[in-house]
Design a protein around this ligand. Structure first.
Ligand code: PXP
Length: 236
């Protein structure tokens, strides 16, 4: 079974709704770790709509598992990521008007910038992953970019129903097999919830799932401990 890495962005979204000091996403991350989360993920966006710079520093200082920092290719973000002490970096596309990350990176089109950013982040000892759609050409481009990991975008799978969902699952399975055959390691995430996570967690070769919104939303009703445990059970 893949590791569960908890994305805590939406605890910070709730805090930022009132520009308050609570709920504290770092305290929430620590509770998630106690419930079984094996890593913590956050996305420091250019517009700072949820996670703040200070949160990244506190996370690195306080959590006991791995920190995976999601960021765009913007020079400001890459500089912050380099100093963050994160064990993993996930490079994502970013667009100010989107509600959440829409689509994966166009690695083929970004090979120029990635040829600087991937080595700059790798030099810190952190493992770089590229967030991409389950597309074979994007995987080949990711291999050319020199990142050890890709994170497959599961959003289309999560939104699809019936036969279309089966087709999207087959794309994820084929992309994982192709990635591994060309030496890339594979994570996955986006839009996963208790009802759809099982088949993705069962894909041979997927090492880590990054899940945020569904767990934070569920925790509003049952608390962080139960929400994390339920997700771990659904993954297994
Ligand atoms: N992986 C990446 C790269 C993401 O950008 C996000 C959303 O921030 C997630 C995983 C988690 O998605 P969700 O919040 O829908 O579980």
């Amino acid at each position: 079974m893949p590791r569960l890495h908890l994305n805590i962005d939406h605890v910070a979204t709730l805090r930022q709704a009132r520009r308050e000091s609570f709920p504290d996403p770092i305290a929430w991350a620590l509770a998630a770790e106690r419930a079984g989360a094996q890593g913590i993920t956050c996305h420091l966006r250019g517009d700072r709509r949820h996670i703040q710079d200070e949160d990244v520093k506190r996370l690195r200082a306080e959590i006991g598992t791995l920190l995976n920092l999601e960021c765009s290719l913007a020079p400001e973000m890459v500089a912050i990521a380099r100093d963050s002490g994160a064990e993993a970096f996930c490079l994502v596309p970013e667009n100010r008007t989107e509600v959440t990350t829409e689509g994966g990176l166009d690695v083929r089109a970004e090979l120029g910038r990635l040829s600087d950013v991937v080595p700059a982040l790798s030099e810190t000892g952190g493992l770089v992953s590229l967030f991409i759609d389950p597309d074979l050409d994007q995987l080949d481009a990711a291999r050319e970019a020199g990142a050890p990991f890709v994170e497959l975008h599961t959003g289309s799978y999560a939104l699809a129903t019936g036969a279309e969902r089966e087709a999207e699952l087959a794309r994820l399975v084929a992309a994982t097999a192709h990635a591994r055959s060309i030496g890339l390691r594979v994570n996955a995430g986006h839009g996963l919830d208790l009802g759809n996570v099982g088949p993705v967690a069962a894909i041979e070769g997927v090492e880590e799932l990054n899940i945020g919104f569904a767990i934070v939303a569920r925790a509003v009703f049952v608390g962080v401990d139960e929400a994390v445990r339920e997700m771990l059970a659904a993954m297994s």
